[in-house]
Design a protein around this ligand. Structure first.
Ligand code: HEM
Length: 484
């Protein structure tokens, strides 16, 4: 009996060690059979509930902690769904370049887009309609149109800022978000904006954006107050924009704005955009502009006003341009504002408005980290990358947390930061933001006008850490003409 037991024990141990040996040989490549793909490390979390609490409360902190613990590739579980994070240029190339059939944005966004902008608008409709709508948008943001938008933006900014007293204190968070909404709306809806839009639209767009949290990406109709507010705002915006579209259609004049482009554009099957589509696309564009360019303008203010050195550099540049061109601001003159451009670029790098960009994985793929580890990301995972963290990696940027617009002048950093997917403020690859050039002309026009006409000084502390758009940025101002 003892003999039988000993033999059995020996056989079990022998099998165990043989399997171990075989596995290690396979890993060393001593056998020719295929290696088992390694899955990304999974962050332990409560079953079912997973990381949902942290994801809602502080998504960036959750991602940062896991990046420090696991490195550039890891999976977190959110209500049973695997979300695999890819952080850094080495592991995000496929994320940005894969076709829709492999990594799909539409699968993730369709319900969310419908909930915010209606049916058959961008990701809320079939791929072919979306492709053509992006072409219409491209036409509406062509260099020729951008030239026209500079003048529109300037007029709107002058008008808005004329309401400021000669001196005082303002909350630039509120002021710039309203101003950006109005200038973008003016470029999109032309003169009709005056009759129909008020600062109210800015808060409605804010409410619409309240329904854009990580939880909304996963469950756009989850019964939370933010989603109810979003639906109310959507209905109100729909009324406002429908009035504008109807009055434009019934009038005899035509404009050079984006609205006109959307009304006149024809799909390949000969159809025009319906009123609902024009409203949806216009709201989406206004939302993208307000949400991203608005916050970027505020971050630029915070960083510039805090950094005395860069603030004087942008003033010097404006003086020099005043000397050469007088008070004129146009598309070509904006092109000469290199210092201001760098200051905005650096504010966008640090204050990136896209917390997480995500896709649904339809086909498994592998990534190799910079340390040479290979991971397989399985079909069915949500794959995500957070630009705010990816833009602050210390092996890409020297002293990455520092606001240093001149870093783009250093050959070494310029070379590093211009490598694919090293600066993903505007995304990259297939879904690269089509509004980048528009955002820059909008921001540069507004900022050059502010710098030329006001003395500005930070009156509240610099917003360290996260900033969700509700805090104030108090600034003391005094009206004056910048002298040469
Ligand atoms: C500073 C301002 C802006 C920033 C930082 C920004 C950032 C981004 C980012 C990171 C993406 C990629 C999202 C992804 O990969 O999933 C994106 C996409 C997009 N952006 Fe922007 N954006 C800005 C302004 C604008 C403006 C002004 C417009 C419109 C006029 C716009 C329209 C879009 C559209 C339509 C897409 C989707 C492109 C696609 O899926 O192919 N953005 N933006």
């Amino acid at each position: 009996m003892v003999y039988i037991l000993l033999t059995a024990l020996f056989l079990i141990l022998a099998t165990f060690f043989f399997t171990k040996l075989l596995k290690s040989n396979l890993n060393l490549g001593l056998y020719n059979s295929r290696r088992e793909p390694t899955l990304p490390p999974v962050e332990k979390a409560w079953p079912l509930v997973g990381a949902i609490y942290m994801l809602i409360k502080d998504p960036l902190n959750l991602i940062k902690k896991n990046y420090q613990k696991h490195g550039s590739v890891f999976t977190i579980k959110v209500l049973g769904q695997n979300v695999t994070m890819l952080i850094g240029p080495e592991v995000s190339s496929h994320f940005y370049t894969a076709p829709e059939s492999e990594l799909s944005l539409a699968v993730l966004l369709d319900k969310l887009v419908v909930s915010m902008f209606g049916q058959n608008v961008a990701y809320g409709g079939p791929a072919e309609i979306r492709r053509q709508q992006f072409q219409f948008l491209k036409k509406g943001l062509s260099p020729q149109k951008l030239r026209y938008y500079v003048g529109q933006t300037l007029e709107e900014a002058q008008d808005y800022l004329s309401k400021w007293q000669d001196c005082g204190t303002v909350d630039l968070m509120h002021e710039l978000q309203c101003l950006i909404t109005l200038t973008c709306a003016r470029c999109m809806f032309g003169y009709n904006v005056r009759e129909n839009l008020s600062e109210d639209v800015s808060s409605l767009i804010c409410e619409l954006g309240g329904g854009l949290s990580p939880i909304s990406i996963l469950w756009p109709n989850f019964p939370i107050p933010a989603h109810y507010r979003r639906d109310r705002a959507k209905a109100k915006l729909n009324d406002i924009f429908s009035n504008i579209i109807n009055s434009r259609k019934s009038s005899l004049w035509s404009e050079e704005d984006l609205l006109q482009t959307l009304i006149e554009s024809v799909y390949t099957d000969g159809k025009y955009n319906t009123n609902e589509q024009v409203v949806g696309i216009a709201t989406a564009i206004l939302f993208a502009s307000k949400h991203s360019a608005g916050m970027t303008a505020v971050w630029t203010a915070a960083y510039l006003l805090q950094s005395k050195a860069y603030f004087s550099k942008v003033l010097e540049e404006q003086k020099e341009l005043l000397h050469r061109h007088g008070s004129k601001i146009d598309f070509d003159i904006l092109g000469e504002m290199d210092v201001l451009h760098r200051c905005i670029k650096e504010a966008i790098r640090l204050g990136s408005t896209a917390i997480i960009t995500a896709r649904y994985c339809r086909k498994a793929f592998t990534v190799t980290t910079k340390e040479g580890k290979e991971y397989m990301v399985p079909k069915g995972h949500i794959v995500a990358t957070p630009p705010t963290i990816a833009n602050r990696l210390d092996y890409v940027y020297k002293d990455p947390e520092r606001y240093d617009p001149d870093r783009y002048l250093s050959i070494e950093e310029k070379e590093m930061a211009s490598r694919p997917f090293s600066n993903v403020s505007f995304g990259g690859g297939r879904h690269l933001c089509p509004g980048e050039a528009f955002a820059y002309i909008n921001l540069k026009t507004i900022w050059s006008y502010l710098l030329r006409n006001f003395e500005l000084e930070l009156a509240s502390s610099f917003p360290e850490g996260k900033w969700n758009g509700k805090e104030k940025l108090l600034v003391r101002y005094k009206r004056r003409k910048l002298s040469i």
